[in-house]
Design a protein around this ligand. Sequence first.
Ligand code: FAS
Ligand code: PHB
Length: 401
Amino acid sequence: MSQYDTQVAIIGAGPAGLILGHLLSLAGIDNVILESRTRDYVEARVRAGVLEQASVGLLDLVGVADRLKTEGLVHEGIYLQFNQQRHHISFGELVEGAVTIYGQQEVLKDLIGDRVRHEWPLIFGAEVQVIEDVGSAKPTLRYRDKDGDHEVTASFIAACDGTHGIGRSSIPSMRTYNHDYPYSWLGILADAAPATDELIYAYSDRGFALYSMRSPSISRLYLQVPSTEDLTHWSHSQIWEELSLRLASTGFEVTTGEITEVGLTPMRSVVSTPMRHGHLFLAGDSAHVVPPTGAKGLNLALQDALDLGVGIIHAIKGRDYEDLDGYSDRCIARVWQIQRFSNFMTSLMHLNYSADEYQRQLQRADQRGVSISRAEATSLAERYVGRPLDDRARSISKWFV
Ligand code: FAS
Ligand code: PHB
């Protein structure tokens, strides 16, 4: 078994692991990223598509925003549609800020490409199987790749290994909160020019639909389906037909095209606490999952990794452990705020199959509220775009070598 010693061992080359690796490498802190999948697999995985302003600022801070700035689509608002009545939530009028449409896989390609160019250690096909001694000053992990078994010792281990990772199970007395919604999202990618300039979140008595995009020629759309749904029940023409019915509005038509990807995403919430045990830290989906209605999963993962990166840099470069000691509490407070917003957006926009008339009336009252009340629309806009990258985060660049 080969031995490898470093300052930080990162499990997972998703958004959290890669941005953490960039922050540490730019600060001159040795780190290795271990990813179980291949590079092609990671870069092809179709997932999120909306970047909050702080996420754009963070990618710019670490120097990987050039393509994002040219290819990303800046959106100043979203449409909320209730039974064919469409309402614009204008971020520019209500709050400071905007969001940028840029596929998660594009973010990963930019981060991986830059890491490889810098020759910072990133090992694909490396499945971490054991994490131990997290209470010691030199915790250990063991991984297996095509050449056999290897051992890594590090001052810190960051489990950025997603919802199926092993980091969470390595924390004793972990408390996990779960909530499963009775529906999923059937998502498609299509070679079709989006028929809308901004995202449309549409509620109808047939169910929810979302009109999103990836570029001026690629559409990304979703349909609410029962959580027991079987993809084989849906032909491509049936998907387009149902999307057209749910997104219908006066003078508006969905633009169809060749569907290149179909997938099912379960709607669920998970929060695992604490996000630290000794020298082991969790970041991103390894600790929490949010329903995608609020477009927060990717952004929350980046925020955790930024928080952890700042803490580790202050600990190693500045011998200041205060940030790290407050990491888990800060993240958990932020996660519950985002869980609340994602639950609000999900309940606002989805057909509740088991709702009684009283609950339907409450939902309609919320839908009217965001449509006619400036205060309610402002609250939704503020939470959707998030806050700009703060000075604490920007100040970390003074440690970059
Ligand atoms: P990730 O899951 O992205 O990355 C974890 C990485 O760790 C993976 O590459 C995995 O292969 C690796 N790994 C796991 N175990 C390992 C081990 N033992 N050893 C080594 N490597 C290991 N969010 C949105 O905002 N909008 C969306 O529309 C949306 N759609 C989604 C669709 C799907 C199908 C899924 C699963 C998620 C979706 N999300 C969406 C949420 C998603 O974007 C996540 O929030 C985001 O990927 C979280 O990033 P990470 O925490 O880095 O975890
Ligand atoms: C997407 O484009 O994938 C997307 C957009 C907004 C969401 C979720 C997903 O709320």
